[in-house]
Design a binder for this molecule. Sequence first.
Ligand code: AMP
Length: 206
Amino acid sequence: MKLIFLGPPGAGKGTQALGVSSRLNVPHISTGNMLRAAVRNETPMGLAAKKFMDAGKLVPDEVLIEMVRERLSMVDCKPGYLLDGFPRTVEQAEALEQIASPDRVINIAVPDECLLDRLTGRRVCGKCSGTFHISKLTDPGVCPVCGWTLTHRDDDQPVTIRQRLKVYHEQTAPLIGYYEGKGKLRTVDGDCAPEEVLASILAALE
Ligand code: AMP
């Protein structure tokens, strides 16, 4: 199964992708995680990408398309993939059609007013990629799943979040119509408990 998770920042794409990719036995490919690893490793691409990420803007299409092309050519993608955070522009979606066209696109819908709180309170585990809201943590610095240190992403600050939402509406939301037109889109309500969102996604994949 070749699957895309679409949705605004903070919709829960990463959280849901962890559960769904293991059930479907396909790799979870998060372009945001790949870029953050490149930034940490100070690769030339990572250093160039960082200024776009810190400003809440999209990294140029050609960089992302090449990165995803290379990743999808790896052997673990033979059974399919779950892409989280790609495509984010129509140009990326058209490139993906040429590389490995998706079977299904899940649009996780969450109203903007919920996203600011979700993102400012979001803490991320650098080891297991778990994502948690600060209000649910007994120790806001420690991952409740694996015990690793939790961090607050640099781009999860209010000013950057507003910019990321603007970019989402201008550049990524048009993909909803794009995939609807191809008959591949299923929209699920992301404004409920994670287990309920997971159940809706699994139902949409049947
Ligand atoms: P994410 O973790 O998916 O929220 O991505 C974090 C940041 O990485 C985004 O705000 C962008 O700056 C960059 N990024 C991730 N995926 C893409 C993409 N498909 N196209 C352009 N930039 C991306």
